[in-house]
Design a protein around this ligand. Structure first.
Ligand SMILES: *Cc1c(COP(=O)(O)O)cnc(C)c1O
Length: 335
């Protein structure tokens, strides 16, 4: 595909497995459910950011940069995968994390520390508001910093998911997906999968489950995804431009907000674990699977459908959500 002309460094194991989940499907009805295991990309416990970083850090190396800056929440999977990639590529890594330093480092934060990243605490600035300031500071100190955008969601990150669509289609046989469902949060995965669907001429319904409640809405998340998809299309020299009808963003499952675990996530995590032995995460894939389960129960996804759930990773965050995911001292989940 066109993405081949962009420099790419190898950071993960691809293709990731494509598996069917017959037990989970049987627990819900008659639709078939498949899963693309991007939780198994292999980079320091994996996740969808590994794909994006292969292109984004490919550019950083091509530009001769020696220091990486990125930002996210305390339990950011993106920051953890960036820290691992930087270690492997011998780049200094600076992470700007939202909130204040907790008493003990758990889950992804523990891994960020083990991976040797430099951590800066940013209070309520969890989306990279403080990046420009740190960039100037590191530049004055003689470094050659490179900014990986929040969530790795720029054109290069999206190209990685257009390429991932090609990978998926090369693995799938006669099943022909009717729906592709995934967690959508910073927009790169969504924009890339929209492009992939277009480039490879697929008819499935592509449904992003919105993870964040729209807080400031500047610009609204759907407009952001659309604009990123169109900027990436231009970069790939396709004439095609997307419009609002091409974008499906399900915003009914944001519950009490980003990172707040509710009954929807608890049930999805528990059911997937107990039927398939597969771990989802409390922030993204637990919520997205909760949305998929709801769509099957309400009939929006029907008996004859073949659904692909894109597992985008995140399970290391489970270890930071112990109290939200268990109700008694035997570790029994309430679901
Ligand atoms: C980042 C992330 C997502 C969302 O991907 P975006 O490209 O940021 O929308 C989904 N799931 C997990 C586990 C993630 O870490």
């Amino acid at each position: 595909m066109h993405g081949l002309k962009f420099p790419r460094v190898s950071l993960g194991f691809f293709p990731t497995p494509l598996v069917e989940l017959p037990n989970l499907a049987a627990a819900l009805g008659e639709a078939r459910i498949f899963m693309k295991r991007d939780d198994q990309t292999g980079l320091a416990l994996g996740g969808n950011k590994t794909r994006k970083l292969e292109y984004i850090l490919g550019e950083a190396l091509a530009q001769g940069c020696d220091t990486i800056i990125t930002a996210g929440a305390e339990q950011s999977n993106h920051c953890r995968q960036t820290a691992a990639a930087a270690a492997k590529l011998k780049l200094e890594c600076h992470l700007i994390l939202g909130g204040a330093e907790p008493d003990s480092a758990r889950g992804n934060l523990l891994l960020d520390r083990i991976l040797g990243s430099h951590i800066h605490w940013a209070g309520d600035h969890r989306k990279g508001e403080d990046i420009p300031q740190l960039f100037e500071q590191l530049k004055s100190a003689g470094k050659r910093p490179y900014v990986v955008p929040y969530g790795g969601s720029n054109e290069l990150g999206a190209i990685a998911f257009a390429e991932a669509t090609r990978e998926l289609l090369s693995q799938s046989g006669a099943e022909r997906f009717t729906h592709v469902v995934f967690a959508s949060s910073s927009g790169g995965t969504h924009a890339g999968l929209m492009l992939g669907k277009f480039i490879y001429d697929q008819a499935y319904r592509l449904i992003g489950i919105n993870i964040d409640k729209d807080e400031t809405g500047e610009p609204a998340f759907d407009q952001y995804i659309l604009s990123l998809a169109n900027r990436t299309a231009a970069m790939l020299e396709t004439e095609h431009r997307f419009s609002t009808e091409d974008l499906v963003l399900a915003s009914d499952y944001t519950g009490a907000g980003y990172g707040v675990v509710g009954e929807l996530e608890r049930e999805a995590i528990s059911l997937t674990a107990r039927t398939e032995g597969i771990l989802l995460d409390p922030v993204y894939t637990g919520r997205a699977m909760g949305g998929l389960i709801d769509m099957i129960r309400t009939g929006e996804i029907g008996n004859n459908d073949n659904v692909l759930f894109w597992h985008t990773g995140g399970a290391p965050a489970l270890f930071a959500y112990a109290s939200e995911l268990t109700t008694d001292d035997r570790g029994e989940s309430p679901a």
